[in-house]
Design a protein around this ligand. Structure first.
Ligand code: ATP
Ligand code: MG
Length: 267
């Protein structure tokens, strides 16, 4: 079992209390073996979720740049049928998206029953970058926490299990990963000069994340602060949380059609 510090149900979240280096009592090798075992369980459970068709699962990934969202998706869903997983990466909103309410583009991408939806960035950008960069007035983003909570409640009550992960890396780890992106030609495409502007506002982002983790951590849609400096521990935490959530769903294969026991397949 992955140990991870839980977010207090009420009260302030201080990210400095959560070490991005934390790996519990795990080492890389045993963690990777465990993840491999969970991967097999995930594949079985996902097949059942799809066949059952009565529940949906939504995985929300948020992180600073180079926080490992892409790597997590690759690692977790290796071995799962692509037919049952839908990944949406939310970028800077287009003109069409900006002319609607902030949840419009998000609501369109929520998973249908039987599916696992993955959001690489999400509606939380609208209280993160939108707040830090002042893209909208404070009176606008302040209201969004409640709007998000109600939106997520609607999804939950409609049969969607929501799991939210903040991949928590340190500022030093981001520097290391940016440097790799600069030296490895295969990773140049992952780096943009804008990333440095965002990095300058690191502390403001941490405050904005703390508010998100505090205001939108609801029993029906909890946040998980994932220690993410060690990629193998990050994968373990996300994978285990997802597998446990699927295992808690009352999944069953649909019943056979009446008379199936008498059917003989003709030659
Ligand atoms: P990586 O971490 O690998 O760089 P990425 O998720 O940053 O991947 P990019 O295409 O580099 O992918 O960036 C997406 C950009 O879109 C981010 O800078 C993010 O802040 C921005 N973005 C996403 N949603 C919104 C939003 N609602 N309003 C404004 N900007 C947004
Ligand atoms: Mg980026």
């Amino acid at each position: 079992m992955a140990e991870q510090p839980l977010i207090p149900p009420r009260g302030k979240v201080n990210l400095a209390d959560y070490s991005p280096d934390y790996t519990g009592s795990w080492d890389r090798e045993s963690a990777q073996e465990y993840v491999q075992m969970l991967r097999e369980q995930l594949s079985v459970l996902q097949n059942k979720l799809y066949a059952d068709g009565r529940h949906a699962v939504l995985v929300i990934l948020q992180a600073m740049d180079a926080g490992g969202k892409d790597g997590t998706i690759r690692s977790i869903f290796t071995g799962v049928s692509p037919q049952g997983v839908e990944v949406t990466s939310f970028k800077v909103p287009t003109e069409e998206e900006r002319s609607r309410d902030f949840l419009w583009r998000v609501h369109k991408r929520v998973p249908r029953k039987g599916m696992i939806g993955v959001f690489n960035r999400s509606h939380y950008e609208d209280v993160l970058v939108a707040r830090v960069d002042g893209l909208v007035a404070e009176s606008v983003w302040r209201k969004r926490y409640d709007q998000i909570n109600e939106f997520e409640e609607l999804l939950t009550e409609s049969g969607t299990t929501i799991l939210k992960f903040f991949l928590h890396i340190s500022k030093e780890e981001q520097k290391k990963r940016f440097e790799e992106r600069l030296t490895d030609p295969g990773k140049h495409w992952k780096f943009s000069l804008g990333d440095l502007e965002v990095r300058k506002r690191w502390d403001l982002y941490m405050r904005a994340y703390e508010d998100v983790l505090e205001k939108c951590n609801r029993p029906h849609a909890p946040w998980h602060i994932v220690p993410a400096n060690a990629k193998w521990y990050r994968d373990l935490v996300v994978m285990e949380t997802l597998v446990q959530a699927l295992a808690r769903l009352p999944l069953r294969f649909p019943l056979a059609e009446a008379g199936i026991e008498n059917i003989v397949i003709p030659d």
